[in-house]
Design a protein. Structure first.
Ligand SMILES: [Zn+2]
Length: 127
């Protein structure tokens, strides 16, 4: 393998939104709140995480989290934002222990594979 090939391999393995969003801390304590029905969602729950990223930003910002009941109504992007990429990813909530603070926090873990991306809109879709 030449040096050029090695460079190519590195650039094609980029972080997917799913990977970037996995491990996102959500909610407070052991529960998060659904953005639409305000129900409490805890460990093991199937959820959808909605996030956006403006083109000049490198990190995704979590906009909302929805429980599985609200997914049919909120699992798609109906009003794309100009200048921002938006994504809705399916996953589940897991409780992670934090040894440093002797506490637990709820984190989002994205499902794997293309089917986990429920919807996506690019920065140019908001016209
Ligand atoms: Zn809900």
């Amino acid at each position: 393998m030449t040096a050029r090939d090695a460079d190519h391999v590195v650039t094609t393995i980029s972080t997917t939104p799913q990977q970037a969003l996995s491990g996102t801390a959500v909610g407070t304590g052991s529960f998060a709140q659904c953005a639409s029905c305000q129900c409490s969602i805890g460990e093991g729950s199937t959820v959808a995480l909605r996030a956006h990223r403006f083109t000049d930003e490198t990190r995704w910002t979590t906009a909302a989290i929805h429980c599985s009941r609200c997914l049919p109504d909120h699992g798609t992007i109906t009003t794309p934002t100009t200048g921002a990429a938006e994504i809705v990813v399916a996953g589940r909530l897991t409780l992670r222990g934090d040894a440093a603070t002797q506490s637990h926090r709820l984190v989002f873990t994205a499902d794997e594979g293309p089917a986990a991306v429920l919807d996506y809109s690019g920065p140019d879709d908001g016209h």
